[in-house]
Design a protein around this ligand. Structure first.
Ligand SMILES: Nc1ncnc2c1ncn2[C@@H]1O[C@H](COP(=O)(O)OP(=O)(O)OP(=O)(O)O)[C@@H](O)[C@H]1O
Ligand SMILES: [Mg+2]
Length: 239
């Protein structure tokens, strides 16, 4: 049987961890440090990631590059909290990965090739039902190069998107994903440009608009590192 003191100690632990998960605070102010991180899928013999080291500074922009199968998506899934590294440490300022893992997905926007689209209007897909200011939405849509397209739709922001967004191109889905991340003011945005890519011009437009957002911390997986993109980057992470 537990003593009252033990229960009280446990309660203090829970309170402490809840404090770390206070979503009104930015979860990192300075940097994310990835230290000696390795990962082996449960049914694999060989590791997918081995001794990966890099630092992400707040507000900076990075490209994550490497050959197909080198583990880029796996690495973003670890930073997003979907997978747990099997070696090494990750620090978000002084917090450890363990302390934050269950809340990482609330702080990070992971815009995948096939961004999740809900059955609902364009605006609902961006705000997820939260209150919004029309000018703010227009600024965001313009920054992701979607405003003209939205304004061409019969019902504008209220236009309904069918189930799974079949009426949208891969690029439009990603742009809606980025617009959602910007509206929800996520601390970090990951963009995973898969190889089965939408056309190159569209990809580069999406990347450029994201890299020009001064206040966002961005990591993008890119397969086409053009001089234009490289100029907008603060660092390249190669795995
Ligand atoms: N769920 C899984 N179970 C086992 N192995 C996996 C799983 N997902 C990915 N892998 C393997 O891990 C390695 C890295 O995959 P990952 O998708 O992270 O690569 P990537 O660098 O993103 O590749 P691409 O550029 O093609 O998207 C690959 O060899 C892949 O086969
Ligand atoms: Mg990938």
């Amino acid at each position: 049987m537990k003593t009252i003191q033990e229960i009280f100690d446990k309660f203090s632990d829970i309170q402490a961890s809840e404090k770390r998960d206070d979503f009104t605070l930015p979860f990192f102010e300075k940097e994310i440090i990835v230290k000696n991180v390795g990962f082996t899928y449960p049914d694999s013999v060989l590791p997918t990631l081995n001794d990966v080291n890099f630092t992400i500074k707040k507000g900076k922009k990075y490209a994550l590059i490497g050959p197909s199968g080198s583990g880029k998506t796996t690495l973003l899934n670890i930073l997003f909290g979907r997978l747990k590294s099997t070696q090494g440490e990750i620090y978000y300022d002084s917090y450890t990965y363990e302390e934050l893992r269950t809340s990482l997905f609330q702080r990070i926007a992971y815009v995948e090739q096939n961004s999740v689209i809900f059955s609902g209007s364009i605006i609902e897909n961006i705000t997820l039902g939260k209150e919004y200011d029309e000018n703010k939405i227009k600024n965001i849509l313009s920054s992701v190069d979607l405003l003209d397209w939205v304004e061409q739709q019969a019902e504008g922001l209220m236009t309904l998107i069918d189930w799974e967004g079949n009426m949208l191109s891969g690029g439009q889905k990603q742009k809606i994903g980025i617009a959602r991340a910007l509206f929800l003011e996520k601390d970090i945005i990951f963009l995973d440009e898969s190889l089965s890519a939408i056309d190159k011009v569209s990809v580069q437009n999406i990347e450029q608009c994201l890299l020009k957002k001064t206040d966002a911390t961005v990591v993008l997986i890119t397969h086409h590192l053009t001089p234009e993109i490289e100029n907008l980057l603060d660092g390249i992470i190669e795995i």
